[in-house]
Design a protein around this ligand. Structure first.
Ligand SMILES: [Zn+2]
Length: 123
């Protein structure tokens, strides 16, 4: 008797889109509203797309004028993603972590990144 055959087969064993491979927040201590959560997931997907498409073109991340500091802040895609994942899991995001001496030419405004992706999808 082959007991292995009695085990339920992993329904996603051969599926490259295994849902378990997608990010799932562990336990939202400070739950976002459904709208915030959706918006954050949406932005996170955009950041991942930017990492795939813009990073190879030498664009390291996003810059924006911080209203608190009144100076430009520069965030690598990975830091953006980490911040968004932190919000999704209810952790406190490290808000201000300006890199030391960032290569400011390698950062673009968020809107620029969105426009780039949009134009690309529009073909
Ligand atoms: Zn700031």
């Amino acid at each position: 008797m082959n007991y292995d055959s009695m085990m339920p087969r992993d329904p996603f064993a051969d599926d490259p889109n295994d849902p378990a491979s997608f990010l799932e927040p562990e336990e939202p201590a400070v739950p976002l509203t459904p709208e915030e959560r959706e918006a954050t997931l949406h932005d996170l997907a955009i950041v991942r797309e930017c990492q795939e498409i813009l990073l190879p073109r030498g664009i390291l991340g996003v810059c924006f004028l911080c209203e608190d500091c009144d100076v430009m802040h520069y965030y690598d895609w990975e830091i953006m993603a980490a911040n968004m994942q932190a919000s999704l899991t209810g952790e406190l995001a490290p808000v201000h972590e300006p890199g030391a001496d960032p290569a400011i030419d390698a950062y673009v405004p968020w809107d620029y990144a969105l426009g780039y992706l949009d134009g690309r999808e529009g073909r």
